[in-house]
Design a binder for this molecule. Sequence first.
Ligand code: UD1
Length: 395
Amino acid sequence: MLIHLICAARPNFMKIAPLYHALKKKTWANPVIVHTGQHYDINMSDAFFQDLGLPSPDIHLGAGSGTHAEQTGKVMMAYEKVIQDTKPDLIVVVGDVNSTVACTMAAVKILYKNGKKFKLNGEIIRRPIVAHLEAGLRSFDRAMPEEINRIVTDSLADILWTPSPDADDNLRREGIAPERIIRVGNIMIDSLEMLRAKIESQEAYSDFHLQPSTYAVVTIHRPSNVDDPQTLKSVCEALTKISQKIPLIFPIHPRTRKNLHKYGLLSQLDKNERLFLPEPISYARFMNLVFNCRLVITDSGGIQEETTYLGIPCLTLRPNTERPVTITHGTNELCTLENLEEKVSNMLNGYHKQPEKIEYWDGKTAQRIVEHLEGLAVEPEDQSTQIFKRPLAAK
Ligand code: UD1
């Protein structure tokens, strides 16, 4: 089974790594990494491949930056050609970035003219099967580009691998057939467990002359927080005040750095000796900073989940989250620029939530995906119709 694993941007790399390693052990699977090139800086991409033990991508689309339409269009055009040339059986897209929706849209419009046919859920498909890993998440905020990507990808993909029950509910509410929805759990936890020893052996905080449990970690890069100059200025003012209570390590995403520079806010932040502004940090060293911090302030998706799993207090600077389970079962709290400082003080005074265990957030998600795919194994290629061994069963 020729399987394309699509990755594009920083949060994708830790989602494909456990699956790549699990598939590589199987004789029936030929996993091939396709990098769309959406993130191209060394410290946004290559450093993650090294940490996660991934080989260099087999196929690189070199799409780069652009407006949403440009980036999506470039990936679609490049990937359509790759599908036609290589004829994958299965395409796995992850998360919610522009490349996720672009590769899905390119794949579902292909028609394999000779040979390849699959039977899935009673339907004959003459194109690659598309599976979405981390399906069903919804913030219900269509101003977020990622929400659009999630909705479109889920409505088109054939197999929807979900991380949590709220995701299953969202998909069912949108009228998606139950047999397309398979709960497999949270793949990010697999990466974390896979690299736990390496993460724990680092002392990344010493780069900033800090000790464990004496600092907070900050990541802010959502367009809604960093694209408007007034909002970004308010973010900087809030962080400056909070840094008087606790030192902050804030690895700066390229989008954020570009805007801080453009709006003349970077030099003031840089002068603050309790606010550290490194470039983006590799996975193991970044997670080491998170493992050892007092609390996290973020607008990222994945970090809300990692902090819940680790029991570390997390403040999410957003009006909503597509990961509500981190609030109902985890350590996550939504906050605004108005109440951020007060919430940090509360957390520093010990008022924070204790996490509950979430089903299938256990480091075995890649294994469940492989087992699911084993149920789908195709008949030999020389048969006129390739069919899966047994129909998919909804969980
Ligand atoms: C993208 C994803 C977002 C994800 C985030 C993780 C979309 C719509 N957004 O947002 O869901 O949480 O990645 O990081 O797909 N840039 C560089 N070097 C790089 C990558 C980007 O300089 O290696 C610059 C680009 O030129 C662009 C900006 O950073 O100006 C933003 O990059 P882009 O890929 O458009 O979106 P992100 O904000 O990273």
